[in-house]
Write a protein that binds this ligand. Structure first.
Ligand SMILES: O=P(O)(O)OC[C@H]1O[C@](O)(CO)[C@@H](O)[C@@H]1O
Length: 553
């Protein structure tokens, strides 16, 4: 890439000042009278036309407020934002994380051996596979019982201590892949600096059978180091200092700090500063998951990511799942002004998936300045939230159906169950009940129920407005054959690249997180003020009064 091209990528034009943006604004006016009912009535093949598929993962985006023209205009916007060039820049290892001067290469974590991806002239793929092989050897030893604790006991519980990307990814993936896990080894996750978290995670454990993984990219994160210290004193109180090397391993980019903490760097699994924390579950940060599901299944997981990477890099935008999801999100966020986005998995195993996506999306795209530091003209990342259906249906779906706020949502479902549940002999098939709800919700949200339809059912006139559903509420449906390690990898990479697509359109850096720094600095200042009763707190009057009140408590 020439210097001029690199400069153009680093300082993109204000996307809101482009003719593609103006065309979308005009198109929004054309679409103002269009409803999902009308769109489906006008085109009986719509439910098959507005779909895309890759490696068995099927996206139905027909229940969105869009036409073929909308897609055409959104794709033109992506081209104007130079999405292809930015994708290539990422895969080539260019330093697209400009504020930290780093490449962004989570795609290298799942690159098959033999692929060449260079950072400063060095191919990083062999190094990725060397660490994967070390992880596999270690995971095999723990799973087989060859790795023993200091007293010769087998490890039966692994406790991952980390926070943010060093917690949410493995915690989510462990839950998601429970069906593929060795039930003889349980994995727990400690993240909150609240001492109850580590206390609860260890209170019923036998130190002799417990292995701690201290996971921290920087190995400077206060929460993680405090929890690791607490875990260490819990262990050494029972087994003595010399037990640490058999019960603690580390995952980090920072060997020096790992050694300073007292963990032998022989027991450290490394990754690299070109992997962002929230993009790191496919790195050694996933060690706890590998111990649970085994090396072969973990590599299947990585293969799912890799398949989605190839799709993102090669499929035309009109059939490209992450690009479509990203652009539809821009359509709602920027043109309709919708502020939130829900992710609703119809799988209990994906319980933690929305929380994982919160960090992925909101830490990446919660930005107000563009790559060149100028205020960004567009509205950037939405508020991302959700929980598994059908539980959400009995909680907040009321607002989704009849509230004054419109929340576009992704519904995730799986054709085959991981467990069959009760079958026809004992009542309605349990998985069919789940899937029926999964389908019914998007149908109800899209088409609603008119006042005429409600009245025709004989509902008392005064109740008709209460029982009317406005409909026209947009959703995407993602359908996979079954929740497997491969499919989970596909889904994670799908959302990573969706976030990338949106960040590119908005011209922001999706790979830094300066917004978390100020709170960390202020907390560091407050700790001594809370603990030293005579010190003068030096803050605003509210914070000062609260500190004095807590000191007195
Ligand atoms: O892995 P580390 O370095 O402990 O960081 C944990 C998390 O903290 C953050 O830097 C935010 O403070 C996240 O981006 C990161 O995932």
């Amino acid at each position: 890439m020439s210097t001029t091209e690199s400069a153009a990528l680093a300082a993109p034009p204000d996307i809101t000042a482009t003719e593609e943006w103006t065309a979308l604004r005009a198109h929004l006016r054309e679409m103002s009278e269009v409803s999902l009912r009308g769109l489906f009535d006008a085109d009986p093949a719509r439910g098959e036309a507005f779909t895309a598929e890759t490696d068995g993962l099927y996206l139905d985006y027909s229940k969105n407020r869009l036409t073929a023209r909308t897609v055409e205009l959104l794709v033109a916007l992506a081209r104007r934002a130079r999405l292809t060039e930015r994708i290539e820049a990422m895969f080539r290892g260019e330093r697209i994380n400009v504020t930290e001067n780093r490449p962004v290469l989570h795609v290298a974590l799942r690159a098959p051996a033999g692929t060449r991806i260079e950072v400063d002239g060095v191919d990083v793929v062999p190094e990725v596979h060397r660490v994967l092989d070390r992880m596999s050897a270690f995971a095999d030893k723990v799973r087989s019982g060859e790795w023993r604790g200091a007293t010769g006991e087998r490890i039966t519980t692994v406790v991952n201590i980390g926070i943010g990307g060093s917690d949410l990814g493995p915690a989510m993936a462990y839950d998601a892949l429970r069906d593929y896990s060795d039930r003889g080894i349980a994995v727990r996750f400690v993240s909150n600096v609240d001492p109850t978290d580590v206390w609860e995670a260890t209170v019923d454990l036998d130190p002799a059978r417990t292995l701690f993984i201290v996971a921290s990219k920087t190995f400077t994160t206060l929460e993680t180091l405090a929890n690791a210290r607490a875990a260490r004193s819990w262990l050494t109180a029972a087994l003595g200092e010399e037990a640490v090397s058999r019960h603690f391993v580390a995952v980090s980019t920072n060997a020096e700090k790992v050694a300073a903490f007292g963990i032998d760097t022989e027991n450290m699994f490394e990754f690299w500063d070109w992997v962002g924390g929230r993009y790191s579950v496919g790195s050694a940060i996933g060690l706890s998951v590998m111990i649970a599901i085994g090396s072969a299944a973990f590599r299947e997981f990585l293969a799912g990511f890799a398949a989605m990477d190839t799709h993102f890099r090669t499929a035309p935008f009109e059939r490209n799942l992450p690009v479509l999801l990203g652009l539809i999100g821009v359509w709602y966020r920027d043109f309709h002004g919708f502020t939130a986005h829900a992710v609703l998995p119809y799988s209990q195993y994906l319980n933690r998936f929305p929380a994982y996506l919160q960090q992925l999306d909101m830490e990446s795209n919660g930005k107000s300045v563009d790559l060149a530091g100028r205020p960004v003209g567009a509205q950037t990342g939405p508020i991302v939230w959700g929980t598994p259906g059908t539980n959400g249906q009995h909680a907040y779906y009321q607002l989704l159906h009849q509230g004054t706020t419109i929340v576009p949502a992704d519904f995730l479902g799986f054709a085959q169950p991981n467990h069959p549940g009760v079958g026809p002999a004992d009542g309605p098939d349990q998985h069919a009940l789940l899937l029926a709800n999964f389908l019914a919700q998007t149908e109800a949200l899209a088409f609603g129920k008119t006042a005429e339809e409600v009245a025709a059912e004989g509902v008392a006139p005064e109740l008709v407005p209460h029982r009317t559903f406005p409909g026209n509420r947009p959703t995407n449906t993602l359908l996979a054959p079954k929740l497997t390690p491969f499919v989970l990898g596909q889904l994670i990479a799908l959302y990573e690249h969706k976030v990338f697509t949106q960040g590119t359109v908005w011209g922001i850096n999706s790979f830094d997180q300066w917004g978390v720094e100020l709170g960390k600095v202020l907390a560091g200042r407050i700790v001594p003020e809370l603990t030293a009763p005579d010190s003068q707190p030096r803050h605003d009057s509210s914070t000062n009064a609260l500190i004095r009140r807590l000191r007195g408590a």
